[in-house]
Design a protein around this ligand. Structure first.
Ligand code: ATP
Ligand code: MG
Length: 272
């Protein structure tokens, strides 16, 4: 059951893939209009959790509940969206496809349709390249178009799987600001996965931090703490705040908090 303000509730959900336990006892709920970061290292289960919310994967125990309207009102930007660079499709055509949802067939052009697409392109600041071929756009521009594609049906919940990966620092800041603004304007709840929480610190209302198949969930200050994350990892880690950034650091020889940082030099290299 959901409370009145909740859009999504994941309750004690455990998930196995091919018989292997991947997620255990994941428990959180999102209120309307909230911005939630789903944070974890490679392989921690971010994509699996998003796919479970989408209903592509069934939990082995526990539950995933969407508000009335259900999964039809989820927008999704997948992690691996491979665009053929030579596909003869303009940015605006991809956004328009988002209007058709699950319906098959060639949609009829209409004035209302054109207006909705133009509004959405404007909202994600994609108007200047709306008529360019999608394959000719930069990563950050493509990401804006994919977000517009997912948002055009005004979903109540928007899931984005690593939308900030492969973008430079300026594009990351631009996409984060855009998502925060658009989610407020449309009252869309956002659940966004990322391996680095730092670009999201100023916009997250809530965090779901995954490690070893379990999650610590709640407000950032309640979750991103030495005691809480040490309990989650099962060994001592330190949460270090330096120059406005958060680093999650394990002692040498301890598991994946440390390796996550080594694999992702951005954690260290960007400290001014
Ligand atoms: N079909 C499958 N069968 C068994 N195990 C799987 C399957 N798909 C994924 N896994 C495993 O589940 C775990 C979680 O994978 P998932 O893709 O959800 O992680 P992730 O956090 O999204 O990682 P990344 O940051 O690399 O995208 C990984 O250990 C992965 O190897
Ligand atoms: Mg993933």
């Amino acid at each position: 059951m959901l409370t009145r303000s909740e859009v999504l509730a994941v309750r004690q959900a455990s998930v196995s893939l091919s018989g292997h336990p991947i997620l255990k006892d994941i428990d959180f709920a999102l209120n309307a209009g909230e911005f939630c970061g789903l944070i974890g290292a490679n392989g921690s289960g971010k994509t699996t959790l998003l796919r479970t919310v989408l209903g592509f994967v069934m939990p082995t125990s526990g539950s995933v509940t969407m508000e009335a309207g259900g999964r039809a009102s989820i927008g999704y930007v997948p992690q691996k969206f491979i665009l053929d660079p030579y596909m003869p499709m303009r940015a605006r055509d991809l956004v328009a496809l988002g209007l058709d949802g699950n319906r098959l067939g060639v949609p009829l052009p209409s004035r209302g349709r054109r207006r909705k697409v133009d509004e959405m392109l404007e909202a994600v600041e994609a108007t200047p390249f709306a008529d360019q071929r999608i394959g000719s756009l930069s990563g950050g521009q493509q990401q804006r178009v994919l977000i517009a594609h997912a948002l055009i049906r005004r979903p109540r919940l928007l899931l984005l799987d690593e939308p900030l990966a492969n973008l430079d620092i300026r594009s990351v800041a631009g996409i984060v600001a855009l998502l925060r603004r658009v989610s407020r304007e449309l009252q869309t709840t956002v659940l966004l996965s990322a391996h680095d929480m730092n670009p999201l610190l100023s916009v997250m209302d809530r965090i779901v931090y995954l490690a070893h198949g379990r999650a610590a969930t709640g407000a950032i200050d309640a979750v991103v703490r030495t005691e809480v994350l040490s309990r989650l990892y099962g060994y001592h880690i330190d949460v270090v705040r330096v120059h406005g950034r958060v680093l999650v650091v394990a002692a040498e020889g301890e598991g994946d908090a440390q390796t996550a940082i080594q694999r992702d030099p951005v954690h260290v290299a960007q400290v001014p």
